[in-house]
Write a protein of this length. Structure first.
Ligand code: 5GP
Ligand code: ZN
Length: 119
């Protein structure tokens, strides 16, 4: 069924607690944890507890949870004090854009200068 946990999905395992992660926030619908290979002083991943491969798939199936992810991103930015300067919320979508884990995740990046375009 759509949204069900996938046995071979790393982030479903983090949701289930069978793979450890440094969790910074959790809600009824989301988990946020520090990226294992941070690209900025703050680099947190926000994921839905349900499994969808991309941001678009999640938004189409469960738009309220897609909105939850954006609210959580803002809360993390406030908690990490990167909201004043500005921060970036990124959904890499597809292998050509660098997506390596096909359980939708927002990267929340900040705490350093952020170039645009990002490359
Ligand atoms: P993507 O490349 O799909 O946009 O992002 C996947 C992110 O997940 C990468 O930034 C990568 O460093 C991170 N990542 C991969 N495996 C793990 C893990 O086991 N734990 C954590 N915390 N992050 C991971
Ligand atoms: Zn998953």
């Amino acid at each position: 069924m759509a949204g069900e946990p996938q046995a071979d999905c790393l982030f479903c395992k983090i949701v289930a607690g069978t793979v450890p992660a440094t969790v910074v926030r959790e809600t009824e619908t989301t988990v946020a944890f520090r990226d294992i290979n941070p690209q900025a002083p703050t680099h947190v991943l926000v994921i839905p507890k349900v499994h969808y491969p991309t941001a678009v798939a999640l938004a189409e199936a469960e738009p309220a949870i897609a909105a939850d992810i954006l609210r959580e991103a803002a809360q993390i930015a406030a908690d990490e004090k990167i909201d004043d300067h500005g921060y970036r919320v990124v959904f890499n979508t597809g292998t050509g854009a660098g997506q390596t884990v096909f359980h939708v995740h927002a990267h929340v990046l900040g705490g350093r200068g952020l170039q645009w375009p990002p490359g």
